[in-house]
Design a protein around this ligand. Structure first.
Ligand SMILES: Nc1ncnc2c1ncn2[C@@H]1O[C@H](COP(=O)(O)OP(=O)(O)OP(=O)(O)O)[C@@H](O)[C@H]1O
Length: 186
């Protein structure tokens, strides 16, 4: 027996309902995917706009390289450009001494703080090791009786140590104020 026209109508209605439900579900899914895409795009563009720290992010020629402050292990990491500007390009007139590490220069940071800058002149493995030991040791030993290592620069082949400037010279002069005296006698 053939189905009645009502039965056809009911079947068509059910099919239409299923199709509509699928269509709505697909549209909702598309909307959801689109809003997630917008959210990710927004997040990515915010991330790209945020300035990054680090020597690698040094912006050549801009003032940012002069003011940027990067701290690691309590020590400030200077760019070579910052130290060039602090010491008048490591000018001869700024030389205040010579030690085992190399020449020592007088300098001033952007905030006016006076510094002594030791520019390593020993290339090679031995110099590299000496630099590493000095940074490691002085970053751990913090005492009012020791010269304060403010920071360092380790950029390409440049190795530079930056200390607080001491009006009466370096550690040697403070430990042995009488010229030629190397050991304290008891
Ligand atoms: N923080 C400082 N402030 C002012 N002058 C400094 C400072 N550090 C060093 N100097 C000057 O630079 C000179 C050389 O110092 P440096 O410490 O490099 O040599 P050093 O005392 O012979 O030690 P080393 O042989 O371990 O390098 C000192 O004699 C002093 O005149």
């Amino acid at each position: 027996m053939d189905p009645s026209p009502d039965a056809y109508k009911n079947r068509d209605r059910t099919a239409l309902f299923i199709i509509m439900a699928f269509a709505s579900f697909a549209v909702a899914l598309l909307l959801l995917a689109f809003s997630y895409y917008c959210y990710l795009r927004n997040k990515l563009s915010n991330y790209l706009k945020t300035p990054k720290e680090g020597i690698g992010s040094d912006d050549k020629g801009s003032n940012q390289s002069k003011t940027q402050v990067v701290i690691e292990k309590g020590l400030q990491i200077f760019t070579f450009k910052q130290l060039l500007s602090a010491t008048g390009g490591f000018g001869k007139s700024n030389v205040i001494g010579q030690g085992g590490f190399g020449l020592v220069y007088r300098g001033a940071l952007q905030d006016g703080r006076k510094i002594a800058v030791k520019l390593m002149d020993q290339a090679g493995k031995q110099g590299e090791e000496e630099f590493r030991v000095e940074v490691e040791m002085l970053s751990r030993l913090r005492s009012p009786y020791l010269l304060a290592l403010i920071g360092y620069c380790s950029e390409s082949h440049h190795r530079v140590l930056v200390y607080d400037f001491m009006a009466n010279g370096g550690l040697q002069e403070h430990l042995y104020p009488i010229k030629g005296m190397q050991l304290l006698s008891y």
